[in-house]
Design a protein around this ligand. Structure first.
Ligand code: BES
Ligand code: MN
Ligand code: ZN
Length: 507
């Protein structure tokens, strides 16, 4: 999707096949609508078809081009979430119309000097919403759809704005587009079926992204994993003919490699449960067990585009969890990269094992803090449904920073309790840890297992098992992969770039 800019109304309208007009309830009642629209809108209002209510979208068939999409702005002034949501609905309407070009008319009251939002925030919300709302899952069918989606969006400002303000709009749109496209990339990777995305396939996707931006990358194959001693990742991957990989990409945004953040994503390209086999119903969606990996990889893609002044290292432990003659088994005792041993109770609790090795490896890259993103537990789905991501941390202040970022992105995060009793449930008689501790507090115990491998570094775990993959479309999120946490991580990392002092040792 290409974003263009025009302040000339006639050019803009001529270019678009669909044009979006944002209209408030007050305007429907007759305040300040352009004369040519006022009559038509009032007619629709009288017929009960369009009232300007927040989020309402109405396709107005008109004889002349372009077709008009009326978008309701409601009563008050819109915030980022309302605007993002409205633009997602607009993109969906344009998609239904099979429009190649879309013109969005931006009212003066929306952002910038006259509006409720800063121009940069308004621009971001608009671009993000349009890109997110235009996502469609790839279909593998004999007959391919001919319509490729919206290719050009033309933004037209009402009224004149100063050069500085226009620059703020442009910056916002650039950011929103990069955020939105990163989310769609994560969705695409996560939606790929297990046979078409194996651990080495995920590594290929990662290398492509790294090379596109000139970022240094490293992929450890099974021989190198054995040489390094990543016994956790090797054990989980041992049952598959598609061997495991450790994937690393580095983004250096400042002169010195300092205050680096490690972002770690669970990359189980298919989770059968292994020898502790899952039951059949629902197993088909377990190709999405690499949604955490997709999220952190997509974050690196956006960093490559936006080039903020932060230092980030991405790690993906990638494996396919299969039952086989050479698969790891309940009762096995394995030695991880950290030297800690794990007693395997249940081979379906595989995520925490591979993430443990990844956290240990992250420490070798001199990170100052770690965030892991993982479709880790069914238990978090019982607690938070598909509505919020669960968080486990060893550093409340660090979690607060992520929660602040999530308030900007609108991706909801809820902290899970970390009582010492939960940690104690992970003790084993024969090894340093056991990998499963029963049903009680299972989302907390799973998170705390990973936290052991942070070894005191500030760490936050985000359990996206409920939020990464939806059984039905909801709001801006399509059915299937959502790309959740991509925008929250990016908001966090970009805010860290804006105020570097915050993370210096002196505080
Ligand atoms: N990948 C699953 C968790 C999951 C469940 C993700 C539902 C998405 C939707 C994970 O590897 C798993 O199997 N967890 C088990 C752990 C248990 C055996 C201790 C679970 O939560 O049931
Ligand atoms: Mn599992
Ligand atoms: Zn899993």
């Amino acid at each position: 999707m290409i974003f263009e800019w025009s302040s000339d109304a006639s050019v803009a309208m001529a270019r678009g096949e669909a044009a979006c007009l944002m209209i408030s309830e007050a305007q429907v009642q007759g305040e300040g609508l352009p004369a040519d629209w006022a009559a038509r809108v009032r007619l629709l209002s009288a017929a009960g078809l369009f009232s300007g209510k927040l989020g309402q979208v109405y396709i107005l068939p008109v004889m002349e081009q372009p077709v008009v999409i009326l978008a309701g702005c409601g009563k008050g002034q819109m915030g980022m979430h309302e605007l993002r949501q409205l633009m997602a609905q607009t993109a969906k309407a344009a998609y239904r119309l099979k429009a190649a070009a879309l013109v969005v008319q931006i009212p003066v009251a929306l952002g910038g000097r006259a509006g409720a939002l800063k121009a940069e925030k308004a621009g971001q919300a608009i671009a993000e919403g349009l890109v997110l709302g235009s996502y469609h899952r790839r279909q593998y069918k004999l007959e391919q759809a001919a319509y490729p989606g919206i290719d050009t969006v033309l933004l037209r400002m009402e009224g004149k704005s100063e050069a500085a303000e226009e620059e703020a709009w442009r910056q916002g749109i650039k950011r929103g587009q990069a955020f939105g496209e990163a989310v769609n990339l994560a969705r695409d990777l996560t939606n790929r079926p297990g046979n078409l995305l194996t651990p080495s396939g995920l590594a290929v996707a990662a290398i492509e992204i790294a090379e596109r931006h000139g970022l240094p990358a490293e992929v450890l194959d099974e021989r190198e994993l054995a040489f390094k001693g990543m016994g956790g990742l090797l054990a989980v991957g041992s049952g598959s003919v598609n061997p495991p990989r450790m994937i690393v990409i580095r983004y250096q945004g400042t002169n010195q490699w300092e205050n680096a953040v490690g972002i770690v994503g669970k990359g189980v390209t298919f989770d059968t449960g292994g020898i502790s086999l899952k039951r059949a119903p629902g197993m088909e969606s377990m190709h999405s067990d690499m949604a955490g990996a997709a999220a952190v990889l997509a974050v690196m893609d956006a960093l490559g585009h936006l080039r903020p002044k932060v230092n980030v290292i991405m790690l993906i432990p990638a494996a396919e969890n299969m039952p086989a003659a050479n698969a790891f088994k309940p009762g096995d005792i394995i030695t991880t990269l950290s030297g800690r041993t794990i007693e395997i109770i249940n081979t379906d609790a595989e995520g925490r094992i591979i993430l443990g090795d990844a956290l240990t490896y992250a420490r070798e890259w001199e990170v100052q803090r770690i965030i892991d993103v993982a479709t880790l537990t069914g238990a978090v789905v019982s607690i938070l449904g598909d509505v919020a991501t669960g968080a486990v941390t060893n550093d409340q202040a660090f979690l607060e920073e992520l929660l602040a970022a999530s308030r900007l992105s609108g991706e909801q995060i809820w902290p899970l309790p970390v009582y010492p009793e939960f940690r104690e449930m992970l003790t084993s008689e024969v090894a340093d840890l056991r990998n499963a501790a029963g049903r009680y507090g299972a989302a907390s115990t799973a998170g705390l297992f990973i936290g052991e491998f942070a070894e005191g570094l500030p760490w936050v775990h985000l359990d996206i098992a409920g939020t990464a993959f939806l059984s039905a479309e909801r709001g801006m999120n399509p059915k299937g992969a959502t790309g959740v946490m991509v925008r929250t991580l990016l908001e966090y990392l970009l805010s860290a770039a804006a105020e570097p002092d915050r993370r210096s040792p002196e505080g």
